[in-house]
Design a protein around this ligand. Structure first.
Ligand code: HPA
Length: 277
């Protein structure tokens, strides 16, 4: 739940970052990039990097899960000024939705206009295989939670925000032009931390989900409500439970993320170069 002090907490983080980065550099940031499981290596490609550990930013939660880093890396990629979060926190760790979205809300309050949210996901659609990238066209928030629950804070958007286009059509078509086959699909966000049962995966398929994971939806909801343009990419690290005759392990999910890192890096670099000013 977002309590009445959340805006103050975020604005303390905003003031800290503006001070560390300098007002001009902070105001010039064009893309906020959230790196999911196994995808944090992208941060190494950021030029002129300034790395700020999550722990240094007042009020920011610290990622605890292996495979998720914990720093804000600010710099440029293909000429685009970028703020990269090398990891995120999740509801299943016990964080509240407000804590989960605090870093991205901070970047939005700092003035960042565009966001790309990445994650590792289990593939449900028949034509998705491990190693594929899926362009998120829409989501199912099946966590039963929302970062917008609580007293209404106008700085975080309207009381009842529209969700007709959570994933911005313009950013989606830009990503489609970046030279890789990207299958559009619906991402189902679940609470976790257990992977799904085969019956749950059959249910998700019937509900229209193409991939399933444990992140992203709350960040997308919060950013869309704040008027940011949002895109999402899922790296399919495994087929969802019951589809292949194989048990799921977090280590394999992280390893598959690393294996596809080059694919992601090429795509995101191209995307950065094409992002309008
Ligand atoms: N289910 C949920 N989350 C995931 C999966 C999955 O199969 N793979 C990677 N993250």
């Amino acid at each position: 739940m977002t309590d009445g002090n959340e805006l103050q907490r975020i604005d303390r983080a905003v003031a800290f970052l503006r001070d560390r980065l300098g007002a001009e550099r902070a105001a010039g940031l064009r893309l906020g990039l959230v790196l999911g499981s196994g995808l944090r290596d992208f941060a190494a490609t950021v030029e002129r990097p300034l790395e700020i550990p999550f722990a240094d930013v007042p009020g920011w939660p610290r990622p605890r899960v292996e495979g998720h880093g914990g720093a804000l890396v600010v710099g440029t990629v293909a000429g685009c000024a970028i703020a990269c979060l090398t990891g995120r926190v999740h509801l299943y760790e016990g964080w509240t939705p407000a804590e989960v979205v605090r870093p991205v809300r901070t970047l939005r309050r700092l003035g960042v206009p565009h966001f790309l949210l990445t994650n590792a996901a289990g593939g449900i659609a028949d034509d998705l295989s491990a190693g594929d990238l899926m362009l998120i066209s829409d989501h199912l928030n099946l966590t039963g939670r929302s970062p917008l629950v609580g007293g209404h804070e106008p700085a975080f958007g309207p009381r009842f925000p529209d969700q007709s286009r959570v994933y911005a059509p313009k950013l989606r078509s830009l990503l489609q032009q970046c030279g890789q086959r990207l299958r559009p699909g619906v991402y189902a966000g679940l609470l976790g931390p257990s992977y799904e049962t085969p019956a749950e995966v059959r249910m998700l398929r019937a509900l229209g989900a193409d991939a399933v994971g444990m992140s992203t939806v709350h960040e997308a909801i919060a950013l869309n409500a704040m008027g940011a343009s949002v895109a999402g990419l899922s790296l399919v690290t495994n087929l969802a439970a019951g589809i292949a005759d194989q048990l799921l392990s977090h280590d394999e999910v992280v390893a598959a993320g690393r294996g596809a890192a080059a694919l992601m890096t090429a795509l995101v670099t191209e995307f950065c170069g094409r992002l309008p000013a």
